[in-house]
Design a protein around this ligand. Structure first.
Ligand code: UT7
Length: 340
């Protein structure tokens, strides 16, 4: 670690993604669930989702996405100083980031996990940015990856239709302050509403000997009060976006893109309408992947960069929200090179 210097700029310089091979359509799901393509599309905007196979572990997908992001930034793995992994479905409860560090050969990087469900990527990006801003690290990789298929009850139609698996990554690096890519941010937690969306430990008691009781347990499946989470998102996302725009002194008309956590098309539409942002500036890939939790924002970012939609200098308002309950927003400026 270097000594603390003055505030420096943060450039979002490269991106990458990795998707499981298997795509499961709404019609596939209605083969065993009491649901339909028309219900899922009209209530969520989702048409299909990817589901990871046994050889597509969290580490494998995250490493693939990370390599692509490093390549886009023009870095070697040895130049990395920090890997921050946002996930709620780790391969290892002790942390999966170290396995990604080893797979990349990023021997000089410290690597650890950060858990904040669907807000995870945005929280990790903002956390990583602080290390750069203070001069601690110059090159950081932020990975958002979740395989929530591991924790979905595939016989619960209210949950199974919503989620999918994916990994995506973004590189952050030091730059001049006039090219800064993180113009404003805000983060919130409301633990009193934790019960709206949880994946809790189901306790079980072991008594290896009389008088000795050991509390163990295992994780079951995702529980969500969909309507409460929906109302929370529609209320809080526009409010926190307004707060970051205000912080930066930027009005909505100056935005190039609105990049929200991809949970429900109706939430994207409501937030855009609130700001008077035209539909063509609202990024959405929900139809193809569903809600991939910590991966949605970097996956959408990467696809838009790769397609030449997001270009260097573009201003992006982003917001993540979900379990915790947690939510956050950031005003970003894309600093990467134009692909191709
Ligand atoms: O990333 C984490 C953040 N999570 C979210 O943002 C999720 C936020 N919530 C939502 O997106 C929506 O609440 C859902 C998509 C989960 C549900 O949509 P909704 O319009 O709130 O539906 P609902 O829960 O009010 O259910 C309406 C009806 C119910 O039937 P009755 O009681 O009216 O007869 C449900 O049983 O739809 C039924 N239903 C379904 N029907 C067909 C629920 N799930 C399904 C389904 N297929 N998959």
């Amino acid at each position: 670690m270097r000594g603390l210097g003055g505030p420096v700029g943060i450039a979002l310089s490269g991106s990458g993604s990795a998707l499981p091979r298997l795509s499961v359509s709404n019609d596939d799901l209605s083969g065993w669930l009491d649901t339909s393509d028309s219900w899922i599309r009209s209530r969520t905007g989702i048409a299909a989702r990817r589901i990871a196979a046994g050889d597509e572990t969290l580490t494998v997908l995250a490493t693939r996405a990370s390599r692509q992001a490093l390549e886009a930034a023009g870095w070697t793995p040895l130049q990395l100083e920090l890997i921050l992994l946002a996930t709620s479905s780790p391969d290892d409860l002790f942390g999966t980031a170290p396995q990604i560090q080893a797979a990349l050969g990023a021997d000089n990087a410290v690597a650890f996990d950060l858990t904040a469900a669907c807000s995870g990527f945005l929280f990790a990006l903002i956390t990583a940015a602080q290390y750069i801003r203070t001069g601690c690290y110059r090159r950081v990789l932020v990975v958002g990856v979740d395989l929530l298929s591991r924790w979905v009850d595939w016989h619960d139609r209210s949950i199974a239709v919503l989620f999918g698996d994916a990994a995506a990554a973004v590189t952050l690096e030091t730059c001049d302050s006039d090219r800064d890519g993180l113009l404003a941010f805000a983060m919130r937690t409301d633990g009193a509403r934790n019960g709206c969306l949880t994946l809790p430990l189901t306790p079980s008691e072991q008594c290896p000997r009389q008088g000795i009781s050991i509390q163990q347990g295992s994780y079951g499946s995702i529980r969500m009060n969909g309507q409460e989470v929906y109302k929370f998102a529609v209320r809080e996302v526009p409010a926190i976006l307004a707060e970051v725009l205000d912080q930066a002194g930027v009005d909505a008309a100056s935005l190039d893109w609105l990049l929200l956590h991809q949970a429900n098309q109706r939430i994207l539409d409501a937030a855009a309408q609130r700001f008077g942002i035209p539909a063509e500036k609202v990024l959405s890939n929900l139809a193809h992947y569903g809600n991939t939790s910590a991966a949605t924002i970097p996956l959408m970012l990467h696809e838009a960069v790769a397609a030449g939609r997001i270009r260097p200098g573009h201003l992006i308002a982003s917001s993540g929200f979900g379990a915790g309950l947690s939510w956050g927003a950031a005003l970003l400026r894309w600093g990467g090179r134009q692909p191709g």
